[in-house]
Design a protein around this ligand. Structure first.
Ligand SMILES: [Zn+2]
Length: 143
C-alpha cells in the first residue's frame, strides 16, 4: 500500500469509520459489499457445477474453491452429507474495475470506499500496487 506509518489496527479502525460514514451519507442507495466464502472440502472434491461458479481470479484447488454465499453453503452441505467437516471462510469481495482483480476483505472495503467517494472518477483510481501496471500489461497483451 502507501507509506502510511499508522499501525494496522488503526488503519483498520479508520477504514471502518469511513465505511460507516459513507454508508450514512448514501443511505440505502449505497452499494453493498458482496460476501463470498472459501469452501475447503473434507470428503468430496469440488464438483463441476461449483467450478463453473468459482469466483474468477481466485485460487481453486481440487478440494477448495471461492464461491458466493448461497453456492458455498450448498457445496458445504454436500460435503457434510458425505460425512465431512468442510471449512468456510467468509470474506467481503469486490472486483476492481480498473485491473479486474478480485479484491478480498480490507482491499474490497477500500475499493468500495473509492468507488463511492469519487463515483465515476473513483472507479479510475487504482486498487493498489500493481493495479495500473496490470492494466497496462493487459492492454499490451491484446486479448
Ligand atoms: Zn485494480
Amino acid at each position: 500500500m502507501s507509506a502510511n506509518p499508522a499501525p494496522l489496527w488503526r488503519r483498520s479502525r479508520d477504514r471502518n469509520n469511513e465505511l460507516e460514514r459513507v454508508r450514512r451519507t448514501f443511505g440505502w442507495s449505497a452499494p453493498r459489499l458482496t460476501q463470498i466464502a472459501l469452501v475447503e472440502l473434507d470428503r468430496i472434491y469440488v464438483p463441476a457445477w461449483a467450478l463453473e461458479k468459482a469466483i474468477r481470479g481466485l485460487t481453486v484447488t481440487p478440494s477448495s474453491v471461492w464461491l458466493r454465499r448461497i453456492a458455498a453453503n450448498k457445496l458445504a452441505a454436500l460435503d457434510i452429507e458425505a460425512g465431512g467437516t468442510p471449512k468456510l471462510t467468509v470474506s467481503a469481495y469486490r472486483r476492481c474495475q480498473m485491473c479486474d482483480r478480485a479484491l478480498l476483505g480490507p482491499e474490497a472495503e477500500a475499493r468500495l470506499i473509492l468507488d463511492m467517494r469519487f463515483e465515476g472518477e473513483g472507479k479510475r483510481t487504482p486498487c493498489g500496487p500493481g493495479c495500473v501496471e496490470l492494466v497496462h500489461a493487459l492492454g499490451k497483451r491484446e486479448v
